[in-house]
Design a protein. Sequence first.
Length: 223
Amino acid sequence: MKKNYVVSCALVLGMAMTAAGQAAPAAAPPASTPAATAAPTPTRIGIINITAAILATKDGQRAAADLKAKFDPKKGALEKRQADVQGLQDQLRKGAATMSDEAKARMERDIATNDRSLKNDADDLNTEVDQDQQKLMQDIWGKMNPIINQYATQNGYAVVLDVSNQQGGVIFGAADVNITPDIIKLYDQAHPGTAAPAAAKPATPAPPKPGASATPAAAPVKK
């Protein structure tokens, strides 16, 4: 079942150099125009865990709490049905030697029918969770992206790499190039909203490792 929510946003941010010349006044003798000072070319490289940043914002915490409240009851119902199917399987295994062929066949059909229905409903639930979580990530990312761009430009970053994805290619990133905490702070200042419930508030993320992700997902139904 699909459970991966990765926002891969490798950001290459450049600052264009500008130059401006000043023409000498027409009535004055020709004079040399001082060369305009070019803006320094950004050279810093930073990393950010977009997934962790999104979920650590107040908006992310609040949305994650809402998703939990919405999907926990459905997940609980599926888990109970899974336990019921497991109970039938145990009953068949223990009593198969003494059951009539007709009773055994009937129980096998019941198990197959219930198991198939359970799998279909679990797939539907995980699809619904996928869609809601993806929307959560996209909505917050739409507001976070300009903040990252502005931060990177103002602080001389030439490249900011997202390390949410394990396949992103970043093997190591020192703590002092990790801008995740700064972006979380700036996002919450720009979008304060309402504080999320304390129980749903995750700890401030440590310097991220490639592949780190805190995205909630519906638990798959085990067979």
